[in-house]
Design a protein around this ligand. Structure first.
Ligand code: IMP
Length: 192
């Protein structure tokens, strides 16, 4: 069974593959010769997730999943949210984004935050969306070297270590992406 994963993010691909049953072959955008940037111009995580899945599925002519993720910080009006990847500017690195986030929270004691992932499954003009959320808080400083993005400053609720201090298996126990994926998988299994 082949399923296209619409992401250029190698880390996300590794996470997805680690969650999938071995009977499903995940195709990459490269495998279907999509080399251009996927459209991500919507104002919501749901909108961007859908536009990526629709674009890639229609272009490749096969079912596709895409996901979009945002970090929502309560005291910052859910910022950076849909702008998480370019919080510190268009070409910002994760280090730039984290630096800005820690600066903005410098004088704020409420550091509650959550990661939200929306997975879209798109097939023949129809789609379904699956949400995964993990509540937590933003650490005072970066800790750990695993993972990617904001992992080094996100501490899941009830724990005292960041995602970057966990290996992938441990992160998968809590992660927003895993939670969205489990929901997707129970839907997708019925199609197999
Ligand atoms: P996007 O979904 O690829 O647009 O990701 C939005 C932003 O959130 C990027 O800066 C990612 O690095 C970051 N991000 C997405 N997923 C995770 C995660 O699991 N941990 C930490 N940061 C993440």
């Amino acid at each position: 069974m082949k399923l296209l994963l619409a992401t250029n993010n190698v880390n996300k691909r590794i996470e997805f593959q680690s969650l999938l049953p071995a009977t499903i072959t995940l195709l990459s955008l490269e495998d279907v010769a999509i080399h251009e940037e996927l459209p991500e111009h919507e104002k919501t995580i749901e909108g961007n997730s859908l536009s990526k899945a629709k674009y890639a599925s229609e272009k490749a002519g096969i079912p596709c999943i895409a996901e979009d993720t945002g970090l929502e910080v309560y005291a910052l009006n859910q910022e950076p949210g849909v702008y998480s990847a370019r919080y510190a500017g268009k070409n910002a690195t994760s280090a730039d984004n984290i630096k800005l986030l820690l600066q903005r929270l410098d004088t704020i004691s409420d550091r509650k935050a959550r990661f939200k992932t929306v997975i879209t499954y798109y097939e023949n003009g129809q789609y379904e969306q699956f949400e995964g959320i993990i509540e937590g808080r933003i650490a005072e400083f970066e800790k750990g070297s695993n993972g990617f993005g904001y992992d080094s400053v996100f501490i899941p609720e009830g724990l005292d270590k960041t995602f970057a201090e966990m290996n992938l298996e441990q992160k998968n126990e809590y992660s927003h992406r895993k939670r969205a994926f489990v929901r997707f998988l129970s839907f997708y299994r019925n199609k197999l």
